[in-house]
Design a protein around this ligand. Structure first.
Ligand code: ZN
Length: 365
């Protein structure tokens, strides 16, 4: 077997950026990669538009995970359009998030196939729309005896190592009133749902200012609570019978979603506060875990300034709770989801070295 070259890696990256894969439409890219890997002698398994492949038998099983999908293109842009007119730069939707990691992980997987290192490469669909791809993959890995010892989630972090990640809790506040003519509400002495929800919103805000959710996390900072959608009323001259408001809450490992809800409920006097979704949980790995040290050494071998950090953004790391895992990869998160998303080819090449180093470093744990 000949080693997979950097130029072959960059050619693969260009090919996959040129294949549109907006979330929910990953079929073409998944099929391309299954065929491409088959031509290299790699057998893949497919679960919808998620693919996975295994190599090696010895040492800890390391999972490479990244996502095939992208967000929709910005106005005036077309998914799959690629611009390589600037030397060393690839511009196109998904070039950075996360096709740089996808290509670099495939390169590391092929290079390590020449050793006996045990790796499961997992490239999933639907990450950008809530993670249903990774969520479906995890029980499949367990059933196949492929539950990872360690995992690395390939996302653009400039090879910094995310060891904690915020989760998302969505709460819904519902307030009631009684429908009647607006002119008669006062005389009838009934409640107005919009006034009720406004009072509760103000009370929650005051409680947050007073620090009801506790101290900031050392890596993740404050829990953020933002009312993001509000609805109420049916006509300009009708006293509103109901109103509701959603809160986007970016949570830390503690307090738990149930504790947060309980603490805020104490301030809700007029309506009812309900958990709408707690599916996307926060993640944290012990900063002293040997896999964190291994990942950091691997990153510093290609970028001496690499460091650990806590990430505010969601990723499929959510679904790796219970497995020592980190989020790291080539590219820069601020370029993601922008109209002129790009990645440097030098970043992709370093990324492949980094993923290869992670496995080598982890083999001694
Ligand atoms: Zn991503």
């Amino acid at each position: 077997m000949t080693s997979f070259s950097d130029s072959a890696l960059l050619a693969l990256h260009r090919e996959i950026v040129a294949i549109p894969s907006v979330s929910g439409n990953e079929d073409q890219l998944c099929t391309f990669l299954c065929n491409w890997l088959a031509a290299k002698g790699v057998k893949t398994e497919r679960l919808g538009n998620t693919l996975y492949a295994v190599t090696g038998t010895s040492g800890p099983l390391v999972c490479f995970n990244s996502h095939l999908d992208t967000v929709p293109p910005a106005a005036g842009k077309v998914a799959g359009d690629i611009d390589v007119s600037k030397p060393g730069v690839v511009t196109g939707l998904g070039s950075n998030d996360a096709k740089a990691s996808v290509a670099a992980m495939i390169a590391a997987f092929l290079r390590l196939r020449e050793t006996s290192a045990h790796i499961v490469l997992t490239l999933v669909d639907r990450e950008e729309t809530g993670g249903r791809g990774a969520e479906a993959l995890m029980p499949e890995l367990r059933a196949r005896g492929l539950w990872p010892d360690f995992a690395i989630i390939g996302e653009p972090t400039n090879l910094d190592i995310a060891i904690a990640q915020k989760g998302l809790l969505i709460l819904e506040l519902v307030a009631k009133g009684e429908a009647c003519h607006a002119a008669h509400r006062h005389a009838l002495g009934v409640d107005n749902a919009i006034r009720n929800i406004a009072r509760d919103l103000t009370a929650i805000d005051d409680a947050l200012t007073a620090g009801v959710l506790g101290k900031p996390h050392p890596l993740l900072g404050e829990i953020t609570v933002e009312p993001t959608m509000i609805n109420g009323g049916t006509a300009r001259n009708v006293n509103p019978a109901s109103a509701n408001c959603f809160f986007d809450i970016r949570v830390n490992p503690t307090p738990t979603p149930a504790e947060i809800t309980e603490r805020l409920r104490k301030y809700v006097k007029n309506g009812e506060l309900k958990i709408f979704s707690e599916r996307l949980q926060p993640y944290e790995v012990d900063s002293e875990h040997p896999f964190v040290a291994a990942a950091l050494r691997a990153a510093r071998a290609v970028n001496s300034e690499a460091k650990t950090f806590g990430s505010r953004g969601l990723s499929d790391l959510v679904f790796f709770r219970g497995i020592p895992a980190v989020k790291a990869g080539p590219g820069i998160t601020e370029r993601s989801h922008t109209p002129d998303e790009f990645v440097l080819e030098s970043e992709i090449i370093k990324g492949a070295c980094f993923f290869e180093n992670v496995v080598r470093e982890a083999s001694n744990i």
